[in-house]
Ligand binder design. Structure first.
Ligand code: XLS
Ligand code: NI
Ligand code: NI
Length: 446
């Protein structure tokens, strides 16, 4: 690398827990350490989000950007190229293996899609060169179909057919890009696929268009021999009042309704889970049980704020339970943990870009360690198995085997006294389980 963009930061080393103070080092993430039969890097597959890390100026609706970045002052393709150089220096110093990007993060738009695509291809040529030199991989790429005013009323769900056509051509280029850079997944986040009011919206027609669009994308991927996993990323609101891919359950129902569950899986984000009124673990469990867990956007929200703040994850409890689902799933396959996260507006130096990823990576690495022990010791598994034991024999087994009906169950239960029914229930032991969970967290990380 000819020029240094981050002269104040060296390669981030693993130092273990000998010192309590944070710093430009990892306390828990030790890439090649084997946990539960796999290297940490292979469980976690950490990815840097291009848009937040190299695109964010940390502006909010009341104020301009505060971010001090080594590429500030550059514009157009000069800016785009400088960001690529800086990005690969950043990946190398962090020791991450993956990155993710939107088409519009990496290169500016021209007046026509043809001009825009040319810009993209110049930059992805650079990506491919750097990838050859460094071994960096793309976890996923995606299309930004929400920033430009043409997408004011959505992309594939836009009421306007030319916008649908534009979106199709944009994703066509996106899939070509995915193939070119070897992206392991291709993501569709809803963007503005939703509505503001039903007073002017044909909801059924919009959803049918959306489904048609996803089928066309899958067909095109097949046609060009792109073998990455296609993913849908649910989010309940923002930017639209109502987003069609509301949460995991809604998106799974949509996928099954329109026959997309064979070709698509889910990319789930912590902050989006909270906005939908769920925990991150709930969303991951829902996808896992449907066999549709694809990848994770690792970030966190704030209890006190009702929108997507994309904060770097630092909540050990939440990360532990998220990783518990990943461990129970046997890993994420082609998926990984993408930091769809940015430093706060008051953390504006280039070093804060590193600290943000460090806290995120250490949090999930710590979560992985705790989750592996919870899994190995069958802490929840055994409790849950026992809780449902009445379905393993007798009437319960007969219900599960489909041998009972309302009449037979009526005959079985009709004369049982209240005391016998109460004796058939057991405490859920929530407090005891939470106490145990705390002990596992404290003991594993000490
Ligand atoms: C926005 C989404 C977005 C997707 C990629 O809330 O999380 O960042 O991950 O388009
Ligand atoms: Ni996301
Ligand atoms: Ni988000």
């Amino acid at each position: 690398m000819a020029k240094t963009y981050f002269p104040n930061v060296d390669k981030i080393p693993f130092v273990g827990t000998s010192s309590l103070k944070s710093g430009l080092n990892y306390h828990y993430y030790n890439a090649d350490e084997v946990i539960g039969g796999k290297k940490m890097r292979d469980w976690l597959r950490f990815s840097v989000a291009y848009w937040h890390t190299f695109g964010q100026q940390l502006n909010d609706i009341f104020g301009d950007g505060t971010a001090i970045r080594p590429w500030n002052g550059l514009t157009g393709m000069d800016l785009a190229k400088a960001r690529v150089e800086a990005a690969f220096e950043f990946y190398d110093k962090m020791g991450v293996d993956f990155f993710c990007f939107h088409d519009r993060d990496i290169a500016p738009e021209g007046d026509t899609l043809r001009e825009t695509n040319k810009n993209i291809e110049t930059i992805t040529d650079m990506f491919v060169d750097y990838q050859k030199q460094t071994g960096m991989k793309v976890l996923w790429n995606t299309a930004n179909m929400f920033t430009n005013p043409r997408f004011v009323s959505g992309a594939a769900s836009s009421p306007f057919a030319d916008i649908f056509a534009f979106a199709a051509a944009q994703v066509k280029e996106g899939l070509d890009t995915a193939k070119k850079v070897g992206a392991e997944n291709y993501v569709f986040w809803g963007g503005r696929e939703g509505y503001e009011t039903l007073l002017n919206t044909d909801m059924l027609r919009e959803q049918e268009h959306l489904a048609k669009f996803f089928h066309m994308a899958a067909d095109y991927a097949k046609e060009i021999g792109y073998t990455g996993q296609l993913l849908l990323e649910p989010k309940p609101k923002e930017p639209m009042m109502h987003q069609y891919d509301f949460d995991a359950a809604t998106t799974i129902a949509f996928m099954k309704t329109y026959g997309l569950d064979g070709t698509y899986k889910l990319n789930l984000e912590g902050n989006h889970a909270n906005l939908a009124g769920h925990t991150y673990q709930h969303e991951i469990r829902t996808a896992r049980e449907a066999g549709l867990l694809g990848s994770l956007d690792a970030n966190q929200g704030d209890k006190l704020i009702g929108w997507d703040i994309d904060e770097f994850p630092s909540d050990l409890y939440e990360a532990t339970l998220a990783m518990y689902e990943v461990v129970e799933n046997g890993g994420l396959g082609k998926g990984g943990l993408n930091f769809d996260a940015k430093p706060r507006r008051s953390s504006f130096t280039p070093e804060d870009m590193f600290y943000g990823h460090i806290v995120g990576m250490d949090t999930f690495a710590a979560g992985l360690k705790v989750a592996t022990r919870l899994h190995d010791d069958r802490v929840f598994d055994d409790f849950i198995k026992d809780r449902y034991a009445s379905y393993d024999e007798g009437i319960g087994a007969s219900i599960e085997a489909g041998k009972e009906d309302f009449k037979s169950l009526n005959d079985y239960i009709i004369d049982k006294p209240q005391s016998a029914l109460l004796a058939a229930t057991k405490s859920g032991r929530l407090e005891e389980l939470k106490d145990t969970l705390n002990h596992y967290i404290i003991d594993t990380l000490k």
